[in-house]
Design a protein around this ligand. Structure first.
Ligand code: SAH
Length: 427
């Protein structure tokens, strides 16, 4: 038995079986491509050819509105509209031909003329007529100088190809495919993305956040944030854990800044993966400034902040018609009592567990009613998620009784009554 597959018999004219297609990317820029036909299919083909830089000659007795617009808005000379029915000679000078006339007889004639002229011809209606196919295409722009193009053909079933293309495009856009570059960037310097990872659940990072994560050579991660995503990274991605615990900062901020800069200058693409949003008590602004100061390009990818999403996990909307008209987000460390307003202005306190008793007292002293509802939401979206409710007068005691631990978000205001926990805990 031979392990060499027999070569298929060549057959330019019986077109169509999959192994007879030779996939190829064409540089059409500056080259003449003829499109025969004046309808919407011809218009679509013409537009993508113009986008690829081709000179396009459209041959059709009547061109649809889309084609006239294309000719008007394209660079001078990019689109030539030839207003007559197809005739011999129209293909002169062409590198490639598309025919989409709606008439199989005309398409066949164009394909035959193209064959004689040794020009590849794509036929819109019947893929078996003509000598080339257009695949279903998805393009994703990655870093500034890169684009991934996925082209799919699926035998004679273009809709199957489109469906597969769509699935691959979705995977590209959600960062579930390996997108890292394997050639150094042209500048020799990597980029930094400050990515908001959301409050911890892997479903709450943005699609863009996942796409950049899939491109990272180095990931610098906090304790909070979607750590489970790290398992999906390829084993050669360097993960640096700079996780902070309350009152204990293993890696000081200036060292984190230096790490980002140092890796980027060494040519690596760096994702700084943070919990929540980078700009909500995330020191994203400092990291951005450090990168800028070193001439490193940096992009901020916003995230779902715990300040809004963790209350939501407990069924608490931070604003609610007739209940709360606004909200303030503060740390538990400073100045919550200075925020004006009563129970109709929601206070959201981050990093506030250790000082809860002091904060609650200060709020009452500053004229908030002692019976203002308070919720403590621990480990929002995580396995330990728990909601404890009380009022400014008793929340500290209740928190101690159940052993509340960080991370937790504290919500103060009338909206807390909307939480199922408020009814359950028998207020
Ligand atoms: N940049 C982050 C906040 C960083 S400060 C954001 O936008 O969410 C860290 C604090 O956020 C924690 O002390 C806690 O108050 C809160 N936090 C973050 N994730 C949380 C979670 N999953 N559950 C409860 N609190 C959380």
């Amino acid at each position: 038995m031979s392990d060499v597959a027999p070569l298929p018999t060549a057959g330019a004219h019986d077109g169509g079986v999959a192994h007879e297609i030779y996939p190829l990317g064409l540089k059409v820029a500056g080259r003449l491509v003829v499109v025969v036909g004046g309808g919407p299919v011809a218009a679509r083909r013409a537009r993508s050819l113009v986008e690829a830089g081709a000179r396009v000659r459209v041959v059709a007795p009547d061109a649809c509105e889309e084609l006239s617009v294309l000719a008007r808005v394209s660079a001078p000379g990019a689109v030539e509209l030839v207003a007559h029915a197809y005739r011999a000679g129209d293909l002169d000078g062409a590198w490639l031909v598309h025919t989409a006339t709606g008439s199989s007889a005309v398409d066949q004639q164009v394909a035959d003329d193209a064959e004689r002229a040794r020009v590849f011809c794509v036929t819109a209606g019947d893929a078996s007529v003509g000598s080339a196919w257009v695949p279903a295409v998805a393009r994703t722009a990655l870093t500034d100088d890169a684009e991934v193009t996925v082209s799919v053909t699926a035998g004679r079933d273009p809709r199957r190809a489109t469906a597969i293309r769509d699935a691959v495009a979705a995977a590209l856009q959600t960062g579930t495919l390996p997108l890292r570059r394997h050639r150094p960037s042209t500048t020799g310097t990597g980029r930094v993305w400050l990515v908001g990872g959301g409050p911890g659940d892997t479903g709450l990072i943005t699609a863009h956040g996942r796409t950049v994560l899939a491109q990272a050579d180095v990931v610098v991660i906090d304790r909070l944030g979607p750590r489970a995503l790290l398992h999906e990274l390829s084993p050669d991605v360097e993960v640096i854990d700079v996780g902070k615990t309350s009152g204990n900062h293993p890696v000081p901020q200036h060292e984190i800044n230096a790490l980002l800069v140092q890796h980027a200058l060494a040519g690596r693409d760096v994702v700084r993966l943070k919990g929540g949003d980078p700009y909500v008590f995330g020191r994203g602004g400092e990291e951005l400034a450090a990168c800028h100061a070193a001439g490193v390009e940096v992009e901020v990818v916003p995230g779902v902040t715990s300040a809004v999403s963790v209350p939501a996990a407990a069924g608490i909307p931070v604003t609610h018609r007739g209940v709360a008209r606004g909200f303030s987000v503060l740390t538990g460390h400073d100045g919550a009592a200075d925020v004006p307003g009563g129970p109709d202005h929601t206070l959201v306190l981050l990093m506030g567990v250790t000082r809860l008793a002091e904060t609650a007292d200060a709020l009452v002293t500053a004229d908030r009613p002692a019976d203002t509802p308070v919720a403590l939401v621990e480990d929002g979206f995580g396995p330990r998620q728990r909601v404890t409710v009380g009022t400014l007068s008793d929340i500290a005691e209740r928190a101690t009784a159940v052993g509340v631990r960080p991370p937790a978000v504290i919500v103060v205001g009338a909206v807390v009554r909307l939480s199922p926990a408020w009814a359950q805990q028998a207020r």
